[in-house]
Design a protein around this ligand. Sequence first.
Ligand SMILES: Cc1cc2nc3c(=O)[nH]c(=O)nc-3n(C[C@H](O)[C@H](O)[C@H](O)COP(=O)(O)OP(=O)(O)OC[C@H]3O[C@@H](n4cnc5c(N)ncnc54)[C@H](O)[C@@H]3O)c2cc1C
Length: 387
Amino acid sequence: MSSQAFAADVMVVGAGPTGLALAAELRRLGVSIHIVDAQAEGANTSRAAVVHARTLEVLEPLGVTAHLLQDGLKVPTFRIRDRDNVLLSIDFSTIPSAYPFALMCPQDRTEAILLASLEKLGGKVDRPCDFLGFETEGSQVVATVRSDGIRRGIRSRWLVGCDGMHSRVRDVAQIAFEGAVYEQSFVLADVRMDWPGSREEVSLFLAPEGLLVVAPLPGDRFRIVATMDDAPVSPSLGDVNALLATRGPIAVRANVQDVLWSSRFRVHHRIATSPRKGRVLVCGDAAHVHSPAGGQGMNTGIQDAVSLAQALAETLRDGNETRIDDWATERHEVAARVVTLTDRLTRMGTARSPTAQKLRNAAIHFAGSLPMVRAALARNIAELPPR
Ligand SMILES: Cc1cc2nc3c(=O)[nH]c(=O)nc-3n(C[C@H](O)[C@H](O)[C@H](O)COP(=O)(O)OP(=O)(O)OC[C@H]3O[C@@H](n4cnc5c(N)ncnc54)[C@H](O)[C@@H]3O)c2cc1C
């Protein structure tokens, strides 16, 4: 290894939304950082499409929220439907936040805005640079990375893995990642279509074949998400139209004209046993993964990152590590709540027997008639702290 110079107070592995938010917030708080990513450039696909109220709140001091609001589409309503019937209607306009809506914005745009914020604060992503492993030496961590075929060591006080679901940081730290994989796969597609519904609503359709989500995106696009037993690798226009025809509205049918991007993925529900091991921490998908129902993944990761930046900045100032332990405990509880919520939404959408489906629809309809339940669901999905 050619060098082992002290590089920064905090080394961040991964420049997805979690790593970018962490690095930018640390810079804002005056902490030195070194951020690496294995990819030569940032991802340019749509993926997570919703930014929730709590995420907009925590990104305010970075100036990121104003840019997201410029680019995103405000959607005040989330409805659960059985074909043309509304089973439950959630109104975000009543949540106690300055951002009483879900903001639809493709993930590549959110990442570009976070990167611009980091660069404005003097940060830069070291890429392509592969994190290989680390060793702890007293109160410092020496990470081994490789770029241009050359290995080097990077010394820091804290190492944070924001390196996604297959996190090498988590593996090398030997933090267990407990959970399982859903049997069904998920279809994702960004489309242009004639849509009989409102562009002010995200609709979740419960059908015998599985769930279907239709969400408006900025411009004239829509995001489609559906569960399937055996999804095609790249869902085609015909595949997406078939999903809408068999699960979506009946009175006036939707008609897709264009598939702009589509993908299939298997979803895991897993949580790291602890987000901290010594001077190594994990955040975002490296610490928790779950179903995309409710659009919580990227949001939870960004919120992990912003709160960790604050805990690290204070700990680096006065040496009191209790805050890092408190952060780890709190974020582990949040991740467990998110996995439970998204698991309920997913299982509810994949009930198979007609009797179970009838009971489910009746229960949702009843719950939807209770204003307190609707308000609690709105807060929960918006990721606002419990009262
Ligand atoms: C097809 C698809 C669709 C999705 N749809 C939704 C959705 O609709 N709603 C939702 O909420 N979520 C969705 N997600 C999940 C969402 O994209 C993630 O929750 C989010 O990207 C997590 O951000 P992250 O920064 O924690 O991890 P990631 O975005 O995975 O970023 C990790 C980064 O770490 C880098 N990295 C990995 N290993 C190394 C290494 N060894 N060295 C250096 N760098 C490394 C990677 O290059 C990457 O840039 C989707 C994901 C996919 C793949």
